[in-house]
Design a protein around this ligand. Structure first.
Ligand SMILES: Cc1cc2nc3c(=O)[nH]c(=O)nc-3n(C[C@H](O)[C@H](O)[C@H](O)COP(=O)(O)OP(=O)(O)OC[C@H]3O[C@@H](n4cnc5c(N)ncnc54)[C@H](O)[C@@H]3O)c2cc1C
Length: 370
């Protein structure tokens, strides 16, 4: 008998460890007992319910434990051996992307044949508090429906525009492995823009492998001395979407209501937090970690460090997004109207120009340090 842990790969299709175990012996599936603390916990609970049914159809029982040893997340490419010509890890995305694209994507792994007749079992039903029930309603779709509904042909042109439905919204499913990147490649591999974003996810895992403290320490070491001005009250204003900058406030309210935020808006909200408000990026990262249904330690950390200017291939520090210009440039008025009430009228917490100058002055104090 073999126990197979399902934590980061909540699927029976294209699951190498599960398929191999099913070939060798009788399998018992093991997963972590669901908890209901973070947004992702709720999503994971929904996905475990589905997995439980799929395993039952294959005659595989699912046992819940308080602690499980996590299985490795599935990536599109095996980039573990990839290095620059000098033998050092890639720090820039584009050369990493090109190196990946020279590799072959592995074949899909078929769903195993049943080991026993299907059986009837009940998955433990948890009483969801109201906030959790709302999230569960937003994310009730099965991954197959989300894949079917995704019109990838509009992705390249539309992905930066929050008012459109051009992005896939597959990130929560990828984060718990309800679908694998290789499955998505089989379906959408002809679309280079989409595959490029999946490779950003690979790059996050690759970077975290070399820098295990990616989620806590700045990769550019001089930022350890950055004069952030941690202020819990200021952070609350940002969390509640009351900064007075409509795009930031719409994004933070979308996050609170749905556990999701469009990527363009994530960049603006994160930049506002760490540059306009001079708050440590690690605090924003923590808030996202508990509120995102698609929370992924590596992707969250890589992106926060990118926005804060502290990471590999990071945006230069002087690039301080102007939320008002971003809203215009990316035609986000409809998005803002969707998430803010009609009578929204909040005084700006900081003046953009003054906040930008303050951030640049703070940066000057560490710029020369190595
Ligand atoms: C501050 C900040 C924090 C973030 N935190 C997370 C996180 O915790 N989890 C997470 O999955 N993504 C995170 N992202 C990346 C990105 O915002 C989301 O992956 C994307 O918005 C998910 O929506 P989608 O599935 O519709 O994306 P699509 O545009 O449809 O992209 C398809 C897939 O590609 C991957 N992807 C796309 N963009 C990125 C990126 N920049 N970095 C890594 N992978 C990417 C995701 O797996 C995504 O599902 C963060 C971005 C920022 C700026």
């Amino acid at each position: 008998m073999i126990e197979v842990t399902f934590h980061n790969n909540l699927r029976v299709m294209d699951n190498a460890v599960f398929a191999s175990a099913m070939r060798k012996a009788t399998v018992i599936a093991v997963a972590q007992t669901p908890s209901l603390e973070t947004a992702q916990d709720i999503f994971r609970y929904l996905q475990l319910q589905r997995l439980h049914k799929e395993l039952a159809m294959l005659g595989v029982p699912l046992v819940l434990r308080d602690e499980v040893e996590e299985d490795a997340a599935s990536l599109l490419y095996d980039s573990r051996e990839l290095t620059t010509k000098q033998g050092t890890p890639y720090k820039m995305f584009t050369p990493f992307y090109k190196a990946c694209r020279h590799q072959k994507v592995r074949e899909l792994i078929a769903k195993p044949a049943p080991q026993k007749a299907p059986y009837e079992t009940e998955f433990p039903q948890l009483a969801l508090p109201q906030w959790a029930q709302k999230l569960a309603d937003v994310w009730s779709q099965d991954v197959r429906e989300v894949v079917e509904g995704f019109a990838v042909e509009y992705y390249g042109l539309g992905r930066d525009f929050p008012s459109t439905n051009a992005v896939s919204r597959l990130s929560p499913y990828l984060a718990v492995g309800a679908v694998s990147p290789v499955q998505l490649y089989q379906r959408f591999g002809h679309n280079a823009s989409f595959i490029r974003q999946l490779i950003w996810r690979d790059f996050a895992y690759y970077t975290q492998r070399y820098y295990p403290t990616l989620a806590s320490e700045p990769l550019r070491e001089q930022f350890a001395k950055f004069p952030y001005q941690r202020d819990v009250a200021v952070q609350r204003v940002w969390q509640r979407g009351e900064t007075g900058y409509p795009l930031v406030d719409a994004g933070m309210r979308e996050l609170y209501a749905t556990g999701y935020m469009h990527n363009r808006v994530r960049m603006v909200c994160a930049s506002f937090f760490t540059k306009h408000l001079l708050q440590p990026w690690q605090d924003g990262l923590d808030y996202f970690a508990t509120h995102l249904v698609d929370y992924d330690e590596a992707s969250n950390a890589l992106n926060w460090q990118w926005v804060a200017g502290t990471g590999v291939d990071a945006s230069p520090y002087f690039r301080v997004f102007n939320p008002t210009i971003q809203q215009k440039k990316f035609e986000a008025d409809a998005y803002v109207a969707k998430w803010l009430p009609a009578d929204y009228n909040v005084q700006a917490i900081v003046d953009h120009k003054a906040a930008r100058e303050r951030a640049l002055r703070a940066y000057e104090t560490i710029k020369g340090e190595s």
